[in-house]
Design a protein around this ligand. Structure first.
Ligand code: NAD
Length: 478
């Protein structure tokens, strides 16, 4: 198995740097627990070199025309697409998700590069009518500067892609620290950019102890913008560090998405969509549906169908295409499932299916459905980030809105209804940055993605995703 994985490096100033006496950590296959690679950690001198390269790279890259930057990004997208099967295999080996999901994610990353390649050519300013003859008032959009980006392990391709593509399209340089648990996918994306002609030093990829790397990079005067995807707890820490240097920040943090299923839908038709969304990447998705509020009139039918489909789901090594759900990405998620489900049961929740670990090798957990989950159960408050669906009943619109909005999270929310009036009302009332009405599909490269409340601020994707890497300059010219 180890033979199929990649040799791991740091990528600094156009050089691929290996172990060479650096501290290192193992990368494990979550389906087997086997060590598949050793990841070098950047020394302080490596981080200094990456900062110097990003400073130099910025000076060079911001002068490249938007049109020529676009060509590099589009070529990288082509290379990623050509290599998607290989990159997907590497991703499944390090993260665990099914090979089908990995392929879709890699192809979607290629699309992110293409979208930003085009959007970068549209970073328009404007001309504001002046008060006197010969006077010009110009609004100019400029790249914000070198970026420090931090991406998590659950989407090893698309999360780095969103940050890198937007930064480069805007004319910024970037130092990214992808998650240490899933490093190879991001390195293969960096390789595609290098081969597409990105000048050295414009993109740098480093690894290490996350808190040490992030505090060092964010404190550097070279860095002008932070982008982080991960937990709300870590996001709060990084937002404080960014504030110390008055640095721009995009924060994509945790969620606890409510799904409201009204009485005017066919619950047997909604259940298959809900099961597919729930168990995607074994529930380790920040927009995963987690709290299912089902109207009492359709509750039992919805739960019966959802349970039947969940119990029948083939779980196993993601490399085998017959499996529809892979392992959890790390052993911490197994502990979290045991704690959350144990707490819910102790407070009166009923287990309709699942509820246990599968075997002892790898981090497999059964697709789990809980009903009668009290609001005070930890699972209804803390982001579960695993293959567990909590079902509760509701009676009225106002009651469900209040319960759906109860938490400090505000990333995604979903509703299923046959009524246009209810659809409009619920999309207005949900306090989330993303709303899916009669769909769980809320992320494509051309649309903004981001949360409100403690789920973060700023958007990735869409024209907003580029704007996050631009600053506004006003020029008054007589
Ligand atoms: P964690 O909070 O320790 O780590 C989350 C991510 O942040 C990891 O990729 C980690 O490498 C990184 N990280 C941690 N501390 C950091 C720091 N000081 N500076 C920079 N990066 C740092 O938790 P975990 O056990 O890896 O994941 C558990 C929780 O994280 C989940 O329950 C979920 O809430 C959240 N999470 C969210 C997302 C998301 O897409 N929003 C992704 C992964 C994890």
């Amino acid at each position: 198995m180890a033979a199929q994985y990649e040799k791991l490096h740091l990528f600094i100033d156009g050089e691929w740097l290996g172990l060479d006496g650096r501290k290192s950590q193992p990368v494990l296959n979550p389906a087997t627990g086997e060590e598949i690679g050793r990841l070098p950690h950047a020394k302080t001198a490596d981080l200094d070199r990456a900062l110097a390269a990003a400073a130099r790279g910025f000076t060079q890259w911001k002068r490249v025309s938007a049109n020529d930057r676009s060509k590099v990004l589009r070529r990288a997208a082509e290379l990623i697409r050509e290599r998607h099967e290989r990159i997907a295999t590497v991703m499944t080996l390090e993260e665990g998700k099914t090979i089908g999901e990995s392929k879709l994610e890699v192809l979607s990353s290629a699309e992110v590069f293409e979208w930003m390649a085009e959007e970068g050519r549209r970073s328009y300013g404007r001309l504001i009518p002046a008060r006197g003859e010969g006077h010009r008032q110009l609004v100019v959009k400029e790249p914000v500067g070198p970026v420090a980006a931090f991406s998590p392990w659950n989407f090893p391709a698309v999360t780095p892609a969103r940050k890198i593509a937007a930064a480069l399209a805007a004319g910024c340089s970037c130092i990214i620290k992808p998650a240490e648990e899933t490093p190879a996918t991001a390195l293969l994306i960096a390789k595609a950019l290098e081969e597409a002609g990105l000048p050295k030093g414009v993109l740098n990829v480093v690894f290490g102890v996350p808190s040490e790397v992030s505090s060092y990079l964010i404190a550097s005067p070279v860095i002008r913008k932070i982008s982080f995807t991960g937990s709300t707890a870590v996001g709060k820490l990084l937002a404080k560090l960014a504030a110390d240097g008055v640095k721009r920040a995009t924060m994509e943090l945790g969620g606890h998405a409510p799904v409201v299923i009204f009485e005017d839908v066919d619950p047997e038709k909604v259940a298959p969509l809900a099961v597919a969304a729930k168990f995607r990447n074994a529930g380790q998705v920040c927009i995963s549906p987690t709290r299912f509020f089902v109207h009492e009139a359709v509750h039992d039918r919805f739960v019966a169908k959802f349970t039947e489909l969940s119990a029948a789901m083939p779980v196993g090594d993601g490399l085998d295409p017959k499996h529809k759900m892979g392992p959890l990405a790390n052993a911490r998620r197994i502990d979290a499932m045991e704690t959350l489900i144990g707490d819910a049961k102790a407070r009166g929740a009923k287990v309709k299916t699942g509820g246990s670990r599968i075997g002892n090798a790898g981090n497999f957990w059964q697709p789990t459905v809980l009903t009668e989950v009290p609001e005070e159960a930890t699972m209804m408050t803390v982001e579960p980030f695993g293959p567990v669906a909590a079902m509760v009943r509701f009676k009225s619109f106002d009651e469900v809105v209040e319960r759906a909005n109860r938490l400090p999270y505000g990333l995604a929310g979903y509703a299923f209804t046959g009524s246009t009036k209810t659809a409009t009302a619920i999309s207005e009332q949900l306090e989330t940055g993303l709303v899916g009405v009669n769909t769980f599909a809320v992320t494509v490269p051309e649309t903004p993605f981001g949360g409100v409340k403690e789920s973060g601020y700023g958007s990735e994707g869409g024209s907003e995703g580029l704007e996050a890497y631009l600053q506004t300059k006003f020029v008054s010219q007589m």
